[in-house]
Design a protein around this ligand. Structure first.
Ligand code: ADP
Length: 227
């Protein structure tokens, strides 16, 4: 197996004053490059926390997280950001578009961070791919939820990530838009070989992925191959 992500005994404990909350308790699993996977479980079970640790957005309290053979724990913030820019795309539950930038400028941000040239036509091309070329000069507040989610997809695709993490990508969308977004995610997996890791409550979406991990009380309670 060609592993893109490997977790060994990863725990996350939130501390506040003298209280501590173990959100993830010695989680271990590996993800095969090019595969699709979903993480499901009740609200508050630690899915978003787990996704953040896998993507290098947050740090574990203990254990080992290896992305593309790079051990993330122990890296400085700058090094972590460099790994994210190089390998990772992330779609946030609440989109997290920059409100003062247009749709096009939001998509250009990761390309600028990578120091790439000629980024405007590439960003426009990405917006076209998600069906939003004619909305490129709109600001996030001028876009519907579904449109904002598609801009955030275009932004996440822009650095051609080897692994894409999506936190409830269809959570705030109507059925029709949700179908479009899911198609874009799976097209990216098929066409570019991007590994897809999705946190979702949507069991139809989970069933479309090759593997479903269920977490509860900070532990993996099942790990199922669907196909
Ligand atoms: P899920 O995505 O499964 O709903 P989360 O990962 O968002 O779960 O949260 C898991 C638990 O961790 C919840 O009890 C939540 O309140 C707690 N939690 C999440 N982030 C923080 C934080 N930054 N500080 C303290 N507790 C947190």
């Amino acid at each position: 197996m060609n592993t893109i992500l490997n977790l060994e005994e990863v725990s996350k404990i939130y501390k506040s004053g003298d209280r501590s909350l173990t959100v993830l308790d010695k989680i271990s699993f590996s993800i095969e490059a090019g595969s699709t996977m979903s993480i499901v479980g009740p609200s508050g079970s630690g899915k978003t926390t787990l996704l953040g640790l896998c993507a290098g957005l947050d740090r574990s309290t203990s254990g080992k997280v290896e992305l593309h053979e790079t051990r993330l724990d122990g890296l400085s913030e700058d090094q972590l950001a460099a790994v994210r820019n190089q390998y990772v795309g992330f779609i946030f539950q609440n989109f997290q578009l920059l409100p003062t930038l247009t749709a096009l400028e939001n998509v250009m941000v990761p390309l600028e961070l990578r120091g790439e040239k000629n980024i405007r036509p590439r960003a426009l091309d990405l917006l076209d791919k998600v069906g939003l070329a004619e909305r490129s000069h709109h600001y996030p507040t001028q876009l519907s939820g579904g449109e904002q989610q598609r801009v955030s997809l275009a932004r996440a695709f822009s650095n051609r990530p080897q692994i894409l993490f999506a936190d409830e990508p269809t959570g705030n969308l109507d059925a029709e838009t949700s179908e479009k977004v899911v198609k874009l995610l799976f097209d990216l997996n098929r066409e570019a070989g991007t590994t897809l890791v999705v946190v979702t409550h949507d069991l139809d979406l989970a069933a479309k992925t090759q593997r479903i991990i269920k977490i509860k009380g900070g532990k993996i309670i099942s790990d199922t191959q669907t196909q």
